[in-house]
Ligand binder design. Sequence first.
Ligand code: AP5
Ligand code: MG
Length: 368
Amino acid sequence: MIKLHDKYFKKFISQEQIQEAVAKMAMEIAKDVKEEQPIFVGILNGVFMFFADFMKVYNYPCEMTFVKLSSYHGTSSSGEIKELIGLSQDIEGRTVIVLEDIIDTGNTLDELHAIFKAKKVKDFKIGTLFFKPEAYQKQHKIDYIGMEIPNEFIVGYGLDYDELGRNLPEVYQLHTNNMINLILFGKPGAGKGTQANFLKEKYNLVHISTGDVFRYNIKNGTELGVLAKSYIDKGDLVPDEVTINMLQAEVEKNPEANGFIFDGFPRTTAQAEALDNFLTTKDMGISATIALEADDEILIQRLLERGKVSGRADDQDEAKIRNRFDEYNQKTAPLIDFYKKQNKFHSVNGIGTIEEITVRLSSVIDEL
Ligand code: AP5
Ligand code: MG
């Protein structure tokens, strides 16, 4: 993924695919006009890379020139057309092939046809490397097409987004953000981790449990682990700064993710604010916060039960579990209002079989 101005773009057409299309066009065009010593007219600026690559594989006598006829502002074709500048040579009686980087609406074609007919050329043909059939609104035949593409905004290989991106050697597509980013919310033992394991498969999301990352660090004796252990074993929260940095690093490790499940994060208002700010810098946002609701007494039973086998110090002693609940009530519960204000808070009954609860969560997610 790359960023140009305010927008993100993802890889779309590789250099190999482009070169294949260019070579195919050169062959087709050569077959028709190689005897005529044609004049190729490149429409600047977008065509410069295609034009150069085309000429490297068009191995027959020809002339070439460039003109400007710009019609693009921003990410959709504006329809307004500037006039043609730069055509100085005498082209009367010649075979002219206009090369374009891309044709979408085809708004420039009326002008091009009129201009070249007026110059009394012998033959006039149009070739474009990229063609968007869904966007095309004209009747003119396009004589040569390198590659048909869907109606997406693209940059690279000469094409720009407000002048950036022309020098990219491959083509990128606008990344319209349809990520699902969920916060699984709830008290210790509510089933966040259990449910995340199902939801991540079902929705193809990356699961980040801050508790699991801390325990991984504890197990491996890292500096972070040693620090976190002193808090976790007592059932206290680890300081915000440490946790926020760790969470950001986990997100950064997954640049290609379709979305994330945040489990056990955020747990304080400072963490929630940091998460919003951080996601904004990545053109991402929280889709929903879903709380799993269950009574303390049930949760205590679940955790004590797990404590018998998990080795988690914070699961083995009811006083520590109650301390985790206190931490939740004081520091984490205020986030319910934080997300309600953003219209992102949902809650589901966390009591029932694991499958039943997955179904409840899925019905919230499917509504998003
Ligand atoms: P963390 O690891 O996040 O623990 P927690 O929030 O206390 O909760 P658990 O992971 O124990 O519960 P869960 O909701 O994931 O439930 P689970 O699916 O496991 O955090 C641990 C510590 O790390 C914190 O105390 C803190 O010190 C630190 N920390 C972590 N994040 C932090 C942050 N953002 N800021 C600061 N500090 C942070 O289920 C629990 C048990 O119930 C399992 O045995 C499971 O099998 C069972 N179970 C699940 N669903 C059901 C069901 N439907 N019916 C019956 N049993 C069920
Ligand atoms: Mg968990």
